[in-house]
Design a protein around this ligand. Structure first.
Ligand SMILES: C[S@@+](CC[C@H](N)C(=O)[O-])C[C@H]1O[C@@H](n2cnc3c(N)ncnc32)[C@H](O)[C@@H]1O
Length: 273
């Protein structure tokens, strides 16, 4: 079997797998370093008091809940995701955090958004573009639904930079690539954005990179490995036994303080012109 990005094909997964992805999305959002990367771009957004914000591929709504908790956010935010289980979870978490008045979640496809042209001030893809079937089609839709002068934000990892420490460097590199290919339909898409954005009337206004790094102990990359290693095995990208040994070694390294893992993330802000 070949690699099938679990977020791209989420609607083919069973309940256990979906609950594992929900747990991963929620634990990731609570990671201090990862949450900081979101704050770094949110503070740069110009949000009028009645701002309308759309997050495409909102998952469980963690990013929008974080936006809604901000005192300076008084607008309305919409989240669209292809997975109805994620949308149910997003509604449940928003109610539990008393932010549901400001948030609207609905099922939909990022390639064909069910909104009129120019209906949002800000449109965000927070770790979506690496998963979709056709990134250019999604960018085109994001550019269509944002108003002239509005902002499109694309935040995602550059998964060719995803790496875990492993004593056998050769196998470690194969495992890094297998994890990237099993988990992301478009692991290198962030490198294409400077070329793609202008094709859809999006003018780059700011872009920067951050590294998420864990040395000694692992939390963010622990949950990443535990969530996505099963997809490496399922796709048959590497021998299952060797993959198990790799995961055991990562867990051991986290216990004894010798763990290392890192990945680069990039943020692009573009104005609709
Ligand atoms: C890694 S998750 C990110 C979720 C959320 N943005 C966050 O940061 O917590 C990727 C999300 O994109 C969604 N997705 C993938 N392809 C999609 C599509 N074509 N249309 C809508 N959602 C899509 C998946 O269902 C999943 O919820």
């Amino acid at each position: 079997m070949s690699a099938r990005d679990p977020h791209r094909f989420v609607n083919e997964l069973d309940e256990v797998a979906i609950n594992n992805l929900i747990a991963r999305l929620e634990s990731r959002a609570q990671d201090d370093v990862f949450a900081c990367l979101l704050d770094n771009y949110v503070v740069r957004l110009v949000l009028p008091p009645t701002a309308r914000v759309l997050e495409v591929g909102c998952g469980t709504g963690a990013m929008l809940r974080s936006l809604a908790r901000r005192e300076d956010f008084t607008g309305k935010a919409f989240g669209v995701d292809q997975c109805s289980h994620f949308i149910d979870a997003a509604n449940k978490f928003a109610r539990a955090e008393n932010v549901s008045d400001q948030l609207v979640f609905q099922v939909g496809d990022a390639h064909k958004l069910d909104f009129p042209a120019a209906s949002f001030d800000v449109v965000i893809a927070h770790t979506l573009i690496s998963h979709v079937t056709e990134p250019a089609a999604v960018l085109k839709e994001m550019a269509r639904v944002v108003r002239l002068g509005g902002t499109v934000v694309i935040f995602d990892g550059d998964y060719a930079s995803l790496t875990y420490g492993f004593p056998d460097h050769g196998f470690g590199h194969q495992m890094d690539m297998a994890l990237a290919n099993a988990t992301f339909n478009n692991p290198r898409i962030m490198r294409d954005l400077p070329r793609l954005l202008p094709e859809f009337g999006l003018t780059l206004t700011a872009a920067w990179g951050d590294a998420v790094v864990e040395i000694g102990k692992g939390s963010y990359f622990k949950s990443f490995a535990e969530t996505y290693v099963p997809y490496v095995k399922r796709a048959g990208l590497l021998p299952a036994q060797a993959v198990d040994v790799w995961l055991d070694e990562q867990r051991e390294a986290m216990k004894n303080g010798t763990f290392f893992a890192a990945c680069n993330y990039y943020t692009f802000l573009a104005r609709r012109t």
